[in-house]
Ligand binder design. Structure first.
Ligand code: MG
Length: 378
């Protein structure tokens, strides 16, 4: 059974603000289109993802799918109907059994919504299935003043993705006159039977600027700390925050002993309760001997993102008498930002001494403490 999710993202709507089509506007650091792709790709029944874009948006699209290996995007047409049709036609060479036509502005699709679509299509009598929510508010007709009531019973607010048997939807599209707003309208005009499945308020369509604020309610904030110490020993440089710093001593450790990156790694792992750096990169494993610690930090960031999380901010305090951190602070900030895929202003690097007290004060070793804040899907 092959199921293709066809995301129609060719619209030009700038109403949401930020000066670019809304499907490329970011929520929690990720474009809406990427949220939509990630939600659909996470479902085991969806085998392929294809995206229809406006040809002018190719650079925005490439940035949005960074790190994914998707087939080339399909060029859309002048209307949404034209774009969906272009997408369906493009699938004809390797036709899927089912196609889910989805709107990129519905960025958050819970798995249960998709499960219900697939369950409905197990019934051979259904050509399609579309998620919908009952109308809660009273409905009244009027212009300037109310005239008559509308019975809200059996009225539905229709969402996407809209799932269909591919050949049936393609034929319906080919036969459809212009002016359809969605696949459901086209399918009904063609006489197809389309089941109503449970929609979900979280699958709302982001349209107005306020919607981008509301979307953050889909995330919960998490913060966690990390701490690390390494002893000074023989050497002529140390690695701190991925920056090589000439020094009268080195730092002793199994890896490159970069206490700054180790503390940051533990902080990030803490935000997803994923243990500590030693669990992921055991010192007993020879492959980590002398390893550059940016790999550890990048791995922790990857784990957060694999959970659908977004890294908001990291903060690090280096505790030592020597070397002086100030001259290297900007380079450290830039390096950590690069490793984590963040902007420099999402990375704070601070330093302090312990007024010559304790092991750091005696320059026997160096300590680092870190804090990371992330947002995870609620
Ligand atoms: Mg360490």
């Amino acid at each position: 059974m092959r199921t293709t999710a066809l995301i129609v993202a060719a619209g030009r709507g700038h109403r949401a603000g930020a000066g670019l089509p809304k499907q490329y506007r970011a929520v929690a650091g990720k474009p809406l289109l990427r949220h939509a792709i990630d939600h659909l790709a996470a479902h085991p029944a969806i085998t392929d993802i294809r995206v229809v874009i406006h040809p002018d948006d190719r650079a925005l699209y490439d940035a949005a799918i960074d790190g994914l290996s998707l087939p080339a995007p399909i060029s859309g047409g002048a209307t949404r109907q034209d774009s969906a049709r272009a997408g369906l036609e493009a699938l004809e060479d390797t036709p899927p059994d089912l196609v889910l036509v989805h709107d990129a502005a519905r960025a958050f699709v819970p798995p249960a919504l998709l499960d219900a679509l697939f369950a409905a299509l197990e019934n051979p009598a259904n050509h399609g299935a579309v998620p919908a929510l009952p109308v809660i508010d009273s409905l009244r007709r009027g212009s300037g003043h109310f005239t008559d009531s509308v019975d809200r019973e059996n009225l539905w607010r229709v969402q996407t993705p809209q799932a269909f048997r591919y050949p049936a939807l393609l034929a319906a599209h080919r036969a459809a006159p212009p002016g359809a707003t969605d696949e459901l309208g086209i399918a009904l005009a063609a006489g197809l039977r389309v089941a109503i499945t449970p929609g979900d308020a979280r699958a709302f369509k982001l349209t107005e600027p306020q919607d981008f604020v509301s979307a953050m309610s889909q995330y919960i904030p998490r913060a966690a700390a990390g701490f690390d110490v390494h002893a000074f020993g023989p050497g002529d440089h140390v690695w701190l925050c991925g920056v090589r710093i000439p020094h009268s001593h080195g730092l002793i450790g199994h890896s490159d002993a970069d206490a700054g990156l180790h503390a940051l790694t533990d902080a990030l792992l803490g935000t997803i309760a994923a243990g500590d750096i030693g669990d992921h990169f055991p010192p007993s494993d020879p492959q980590w001997k002398g390893a550059a610690s940016h790999r550890f930090l990048a791995h922790a960031a990857e784990l957060v993102r694999a959970r659908g999380g977004v890294i908001d901010f990291v903060d690090l305090t280096l505790i030592c008498e020597r070397p002086k951190i100030g001259p290297h602070r900007a380079a450290m900030q830039a390096r950590v930002a690069t490793i984590l895929g963040l902007a420099p202003d999402q990375v704070s690097i601070k330093a302090t001494t312990t007024e010559t007290l304790g092991f750091t004060g005696r320059s026997e070793g160096l300590a680092a403490q870190a804090m990371a804040s992330v947002r995870l899907p609620a």
